[in-house]
Design a protein around this ligand. Structure first.
Ligand code: ADP
Ligand code: MG
Length: 378
């Protein structure tokens, strides 16, 4: 076990890396961040910021020398970098696990192969694949780039073969997946932490509401039947065991209007929909990341209170913060980003209440008050 006083490294210096560093430092670990941005949110609070590219050999070498264990905060770290580090120090999650989650095709195949159904999909490697793909999935469908998509970027709804062709070209003719567009009732995510011994703690699923392709709020516990919630958790745990995954894993599911549970995608790291755990669970997802990379047992994933997490984007950046801070049950978390851009995640807040409908009401009231008080100039 790697204990307090040791040094933990994280690849990536965004808000997830920052919250990881806060958790690690709270527990008495030193932290090292690798991120090419001088002003990265995590870099500025870490004990050491190695400001270099993710494939910079010297920087990786230094990271390996300075750290007792290494983790990642985003999935697009080059696999070779993770492999290189793993020859020197424990790296969790492992390169093969991150690689599965880096690619929509490999992650959907992986899930399907262990009996966890994704939406009907078809690989599109070249334009001539589109006709068969559209016939296979049916239209309307969603064309998504196989790699590098996030927050609804790198995907487009297509209603005709012609639109599919145009979308494919507009995306630069990179490898894509065409996916049947499902009628969704809800979206949920299951979050867990698993260590090297295979010990798992899984949180109750979050109900996720998106706006413009970006997570707007997560409602926890999700308003689904116990049976569906359990099935989502069981599926996520099955995925983690099958991957021999060590780390924090988030799995997104759709619930269709026919009440089918459908695998969407997974993230090999803490997840935006898990930010509520900072205030409303026995153990936060960032403490879990520290615990399992250090070989400790995952902490209790029990929910302490119904909670709603709301994202604060750059669109809403000069609000009257008193509207939030004067509420006794609202917890503000800002990520220390200097520049606000539309759609950029600047922070979030959690609202705790004795019942979920009350938490939803208060969270909505606060959001409206922030919006109304927002000064539009940036
Ligand atoms: P991202 O990496 O941007 O999160 P997702 O694949 O999760 O990409 O898609 C973003 C959102 O688009 C989903 O949360 C969901 O609202 C919608 N969406 C994606 N795929 C489908 C689908 N097959 N059917 C219906 N809606 C979908
Ligand atoms: Mg998603």
């Amino acid at each position: 076990m790697i204990l307090p006083g040791a040094t933990l490294g994280v690849l990536g210096g965004g808000q997830l890396g920052r919250m990881f560093c806060v958790a690690a430092r709270t527990m008495g670990y030193r932290t090292v961040v690798l991120d090419p941005d001088v002003r990265s949110p995590a870099g500025r609070i870490a004990d050491e910021h190695i400001c270099a590219a993710y494939d910079d050999t010297k920087a990786l070498q230094r990271m390996a020398e300075h750290c007792d264990a290494i983790t990642t905060e985003f999935e697009n770290i080059p696999a070779v970098s993770l492999q290189f580090l793993a020859t020197k120090k424990p790296v969790h999650p492992s390169a093969p696990c991150v690689q599965v989650a880096q690619n929509r095709i490999t992650e959907k195949n992986f899930a399907r192969d262990i009996g966890i159904a994704p939406a009907p999909f078809y690989e599109v490697r070249q334009e001539s694949d589109l006709a068969v793909a559209c016939a296979a999935t049916g239209l309307p469908a969603i064309l998504k780039t196989a790699t590098l998509g996030y927050d609804g970027k790198g995907q487009q709804i297509v209603k005709t073969l012609q639109q599919a062709r145009e979308a494919f070209c507009a995306m630069g003719s990179v490898v894509c997946v065409l996916e049947k567009k499902l009628e969704l009732k809800l979206e949920i995510s299951a979050l867990l932490a698993r260590n090297l011994n295979g010990e798992v703690q899984c949180y109750p699923p979050a109900e996720n509401e998106h706006r413009n392709g970006i997570l707007h709020q997560s409602i926890v516990p999700a308003r689904v039947s116990d049976e569906l919630a359990q099935r989502a958790q069981d599926s996520a745990i099955r995925l983690a065991h099958a991957l021999d995954y060590v780390g924090v894993l988030a799995v997104e599911f759709f619930i269709t209007t026919d009440n089918e549970l459908v695998f969407n995608e997974m993230a090999p790291r803490p997840h935006n929909s898990g930010h509520y755990t900072k205030d409303a669970a026995v153990t936060s997802q960032f403490e879990q990341q520290v615990r399992v990379m250090c070989g400790l047992p995952p902490g209790d994933a029990r929910l302490i209170s119904p909670v709603v997490m709301v994202n604060l984007l750059g669109d809403l950046w000069h609000p009257d913060w008193q509207k939030l801070l004067c509420e006794s049950n609202a917890k503000l978390h800002l990520y220390g980003k200097e520049e606000a851009r539309p759609g950029r995640k600047m922070g979030h807040y959690n609202v705790l209440a004795s019942d979920i409908e009350q938490a939803i009401r208060v969270a909505g009231r606060i959001f409206t008050a922030l919006e109304c008080s927002n000064r539009s100039e940036t």
